[in-house]
Ligand binder design. Structure first.
Ligand SMILES: [Ca+2]
Ligand SMILES: [Ca+2]
Ligand SMILES: [Ca+2]
Length: 277
């Protein structure tokens, strides 16, 4: 204890937090492009970070990990310390606080509560307490739509409400600050590898959801094989911008469908996604 007393407070706090984390769920899938998409902004508390700078994008971190059913891991608040997103992090769901945490309905609509060690409960959806009639808020995660870029999947939108410190915004689009202070948070979920097959699809095929597979990318109709139907799909939208062309056809993500996309798909011709790692 004497040694502890001589440490700066911040070091002690970090050590305690690390000890807590050591017993918890350690994995995150935030900011897969490593472009800084890992921030939320609290109007009264400043920045919250969804993946620590010291950690790589991979299983094994303390940051935010989204699954089909839960949002796990921790946010780190520069001014408020750790925000625990689920009782599952430290296997405390059978404890007196019950089975609390931020939940995912599988379509990116979040609900439930997080717990800030210094700020109390943080509400991720007005549906939690039936208050949507008076203040319609919540946090969502973008999921695949016909014209949505793969690069846009997993981006957080909307607000959470912290009972003691007010609104927490997960995207600069919420408050029109993208021009001056751009920020967002992006999860790898539902497509941690960025290839167009969701994590759930990888897992159903016993494939690694963190590994980009060019065969999956080229299988634009999701049939499991790259063949003439995928090329025909692209040819049907040849020359189109996105939208109205479907983003899934755009192999090189340059927002138009042309010969380069057909060529990339042709490179995988005849292959099955069973060949993916
Ligand atoms: Ca994927
Ligand atoms: Ca196909
Ligand atoms: Ca293209």
């Amino acid at each position: 204890m004497r040694g502890l007393m001589h440490m700066p407070l911040v070091v002690v706090v970090l050590l305690v937090a690390l000890l807590a984390l050591a017993t918890g769920v350690l994995a995150d899938n935030t900011d897969q492009s490593n472009n800084g998409s890992r921030y939320a902004w609290g109007e009264n508390i400043g920045w919250l970070k969804a993946r620590p700078a010291s950690e790589a994008y991979a299983a094994g971190g303390s940051g935010v990990q989204v699954t089909d059913t839960d949002v796990l891991g921790y946010l780190w608040g520069e001014n408020i310390g750790w925000v625990n997103l689920s009782c599952k992090n430290d296997a405390s769901c059978a404890g007196p606080a019950g089975n609390w945490g931020v939940k995912n309905d599988g379509a990116g609509h979040l609900s439930g509560y997080a717990w800030g060690e210094n700020v109390g409960w943080i509400n991720f959806s007005c549906s939690n307490d039936g208050s949507c009639g008076t203040a319609n808020f919540g946090v969502t995660i973008a999921t695949p739509g016909p014209y949505d870029y793969l690069a846009d999947w997993g981006i957080f939108h909307g607000y959470a409400w912290a009972e003691n410190v007010g609104w927490i915004s997960f995207n600069c689009q919420n408050d029109s600050t993208c021009g001056t202070a751009p920020y967002q948070a992006q999860s790898g979920w539902p497509n941690s590898s960025g290839d167009g097959y969701t994590d759930a699809q990888h897992i159903a095929l016993s494939k690694d959801p963190f590994t980009y597979c060019p065969i999956m990318r080229a299988d634009v109709n999701g049939s499991g094989t790259v063949n003439i139907f995928d090329l025909a799909n692209e040819a049907q939208h040849y020359g189109q911008l996105i939208p109205p062309g479907p983003a899934r056809d755009d192999q090189n993500s340059d927002r138009k469908i042309n010969i380069f996309d057909l060529a990339l798909t042709a490179q995988q011709y005849g292959k099955s996604v069973t060949a993916c790692p």
